[in-house]
Ligand binder design. Sequence first.
Ligand SMILES: Nc1ncnc2c1ncn2[C@@H]1O[C@H](COP(=O)(O)OP(=O)(O)OP(=O)(O)O)[C@@H](O)[C@H]1O
Ligand SMILES: [Mg+2]
Length: 249
Amino acid sequence: MTDQPVLRVDHLTKDYGRGRGAFDITLAVGRGECYGFLGPNGAGKTTTIRHLMGFSKPNKGSSAILGRDCWRDAAILKNDIGYIPGEIELPAAMTGAGFLRMMEKMRGVTDHGRTARLVERFHLDPSVRVKKMSFGMKRKLAIVTALMHDPAVLILDEPSSGLDPMMQKEFIDCIAEEKSRGKTIFLSSHFFHEIDAACDRAAIIKEGHIVSEMDLKALKAKEGNGFDLEKYFLDFYREEAEGRTGDES
Ligand SMILES: Nc1ncnc2c1ncn2[C@@H]1O[C@H](COP(=O)(O)OP(=O)(O)OP(=O)(O)O)[C@@H](O)[C@H]1O
Ligand SMILES: [Mg+2]
């Protein structure tokens, strides 16, 4: 990463008590880079992401996107960010098409062709009402909504969970295309193949702390075709757990 980072998290801390939250998170993501965020349930991924979206005010530290503070300038940053939340909540009574039209209007999208191409690419039937959509269909609607305004930064919280394997592959291809168009991507995922295929670097977060940051490109170059992110991650975890047991005894 040579340029100024597009996304920066600086000693960000949110303490929910009893060791829960996110603590002293520091990372930076450059233009055209995809940064993966891996970690077990409850590790602090969504907490960090909610700060990037300006939904939560940090106890300490800060985060910034495109040089603007994520909390203070959240409203200004909105149109520069495409966000897929971990838990998707959409207006139940609207049709997919109605929702997409409303979002296009809110964001001042004039290129309706882009939305139409995304709808087609992800095989979304926009005539269906949200309340009648399956989990995967809602996920597709969220994907189209996040990409419709062609934002510079994508913040994706487990974006492909619930997608069938074909759609998951389509999504990974789509992310790769956006990356090659210079988009900056922050991606939390439990899918190793997704992180492996999409990300240049990745962090492992555990109990609110970043415990490892990996340069996936460098690791692959070093380990060659035999590099197995899942094995690397699980071995890392095992060693961490064993190390901790050792300290406690
Ligand atoms: N608003 C809140 N109030 C209190 N505790 C919270 C709040 N939000 C999250 N937590 C706690 O903070 C910890 C981190 O939660 P977070 O949602 O960030 O995890 P995650 O890494 O996204 O997990 P998952 O993989 O299950 O999505 C958890 O212990 C959670 O219970
Ligand atoms: Mg989460």
